[in-house]
Design a protein around this ligand. Structure first.
Ligand code: DX5
Ligand code: ZN
Length: 224
């Protein structure tokens, strides 16, 4: 299943973040996580400008596309996302989430991502209020609520983001839209239920899945 539109937002989906994988064995790590039952693969792209860290980018995604059939859920933590949408799509990204705070006008980024043939997500940093994304809800497939400051894996989950998750989910429901709500940062078995109850249906998990002794168990734990 490579299209987010075909996945129900009634089900809980897990998107393991490759950021926590062993970068010396990326292909094996992606296969391992697919076999463990991942619904999609979360790819954290960082440019050292929008966030104070640099991860990986277009060539890595293109290489992984050759060895994996997973939906590539790409999280762009970069300045100028509109400029790069086509290149990420060509590399094999299925979905592109950009940050509302990236500096590019949101309409422009959404159009560029649609033109490139990918589904669209908008992400909000912790300080950005829920209402900021409301004008775009009918134009996107996903809203990503960050539950840590973007930039690094392995940080502590911010429980105080839950009212924002609720507010976004409630607005989506009120308008009768089918939009996925994703949470990202510090997600593990102990807070997965809270995220779900708050209205999120896609859980991103890096450390708690890739670094678990048994990834299949970790994914099952997030879903149960
Ligand atoms: C943070 C990234 C997250 C991160 C999640 O900037 O967007 O996707 O990798 O990692 P964990 O689950 O370890 O917090
Ligand atoms: Zn992410």
């Amino acid at each position: 299943m490579r299209n987010l539109k075909e996945l129900s937002n009634q089900d809980i989906l897990v998107s393991p973040s490759l950021l926590a994988a062993d970068f010396g064995r990326l292909a094996e790590e992606v296969k391992r996580i697919a076999d463990a039952g991942a619904d999609m693969l979360h790819l954290d792209v960082m440019d050292g400008i929008f966030v104070p860290n640099i991860s990986f980018g277009i060539p890595v995604i293109a290489s992984l596309r050759k060895i994996s059939g997973l939906l590539f859920d790409t999280h762009l933590m970069i300045a100028h996302p509109a400029r790069y949408a086509e290149a990420f799509a060509k590399a094999g990204a299925d979905h592109l989430t950009f940050h509302l705070e990236s500096g590019d006008p949101a309409e422009e980024v959404i159009s560029a991502i649609r033109a490139a043939g990918c589904t669209v997500g908008i992400s909000l940093k912790p300080a950005t209020p829920a209402e900021a994304v409301f004008p775009y809800l009918d134009k996107v497939d996903m809203v990503l609520i960050m539950t840590v400051e973007p930039g690094f894996g392995g940080q502590k989950f911010m429980q105080d983001m839950m009212p924002k998750v609720r507010a976004v989910r409630e607005e989506i429901r009120k308008r009768g839209l089918t939009v996925h709500v994703q949470v990202d940062g510090g997600i593990q078995e102990g807070n997965a239920l809270l995220c779900r109850d708050s209205g999120s249906n896609i859980l991103v998990a890096g450390t708690s899945v890739f670094r678990a002794p048994d990834a299949a168990e970790a994914i099952a734990g997030l879903k149960k």
